[in-house]
Design a protein around this ligand. Structure first.
Ligand SMILES: [Zn+2]
Ligand SMILES: [Zn+2]
Length: 330
């Protein structure tokens, strides 16, 4: 069983036995000319015409074997759910049944959005970009299906963009970011934390293109936006200080860089310390049980932990490098 959502949702998503016979069924090759006019078969990942069909759920299509392979791991987890999701409800006899089915479908779609998004983000934080990209793309698709063009579509698109930056495919990353910026233009009252994430992404692309000044300005804006929503000493704000510090280091301003790294580490120590204290004062209580709900919410998300680890490692390496440089100079 895999949790549908790390956090408030506890509804589990049952995983069809991986590698079972039903998952090993070869894909069905479609004859597109045989389809009736109003049947749309679009690739799950790129929206081009699909010519291959999942032999189990028969409602998921791919344009080519490469895209089918890319989506295979994630699809094996959710294939049977998609089957339920795509069942037509228009033909049910009673109005009540149709309404109930609509509601069930909406709940299922939201669960799938959450699940695929978390899969995308945790895989990205773990450096598994080829696993993260299909999950993020599919998640953005569910968000569109549920909410249309809205703020919810942005986070998974940003995950995909960041993965492509890390893979060195900046053109594709630019494409995803452009889609995000279009949604940003069309959406009012976007939360500061979402604006911050967009700025982080823009910063990463500038950084990869060696435009350090532009990247620096993006990270500074990220800190400003996160401060608006969480305050200046929250772990969600801490990442911006670390990325900004890195830019100052690349611009040979080591003192500012070190002070920003210190700020990052201090925020984490101040957040984690009371939690650890509480855990050690109640050694018999399981780790998760010792956390208060708000603390759990604040930092127990898998991706927060992974992002924290990444940021603190970055800060540690940078501080060591700077202290070695200082020793050489004295
Ligand atoms: Zn495709
Ligand atoms: Zn399937």
């Amino acid at each position: 069983m895999i949790p549908a959502k790390i956090g408030s949702h506890t509804t589990p998503i049952k995983v069809a036995g991986k590698g079972s016979e039903r998952n090993r069924l070869p894909p069905i090759k479609l004859n597109l000319l045989a389809l009736t006019n109003n049947v749309k078969v679009k690739c799950e990942l790129c929206n081009q015409w699909g010519s291959l069909q999942c032999a189990h759920c028969r409602v998921t299509y791919y344009c080519c074997e490469e895209h089918m392979e890319l989506d295979r791991t994630l699809h094996e987890d959710i294939c049977h759910r998609i089957e339920m999701l795509r069942q037509p409800i228009e033909f049910s006899p009673s109005q009540d049944t149709r309404e109930r089915m609509k509601k069930q479908k909406r709940v299922l779609l939201e669960e799938m959005y959450e699940y695929t998004y978390r899969q995308g983000q945790t895989s990205m934080e773990a450096g598994q970009y080829d696993k993260a990209i299909p999950a993020a793309v599919v998640s953005a698709k569910y968000a569109r299906e549920i909410w249309g063009t809205s703020a919810e579509v942005i986070p998974p698109l940003l995950v995909a963009a960041e993965c492509y930056v890390n893979k060195g495919k900046l053109g594709t990353a630019d494409g995803f970011l452009a889609r995000v910026l279009c949604i940003e233009l069309e959406t009012t009252n976007l939360k500061p934390s979402i604006k911050a994430r967009i700025k982080r992404n823009e910063g990463l692309i500038h950084q990869a293109k060696i435009n350090y000044q532009d990247a620096l300005e993006c990270y500074a804006e990220e800190i400003y936006q996160n401060t608006e929503e969480f305050g200046p000493t929250h772990i969600r704000t801490s990442g911006g200080y670390c990325y900004l510090g890195h830019m100052f280091q690349l611009k040979a301003n080591e003192l500012t860089a070190l002070s920003l790294y210190r700020q990052t580490v201090d925020i984490w120590i101040n957040t984690v310390d009371p939690i650890l204290e509480e855990m050690t004062s109640q050694p018999d209580v399981p780790v998760i049980g010792a956390l208060k709900p708000q603390q759990e919410k604040q930092w127990m998300y898998e991706c927060d932990k992974l992002e924290g680890l990444k940021i603190l490692t970055k800060a540690r390496i940078a501080r060591r490098k700077a202290s070695r440089g200082a020793t050489r100079r004295t």
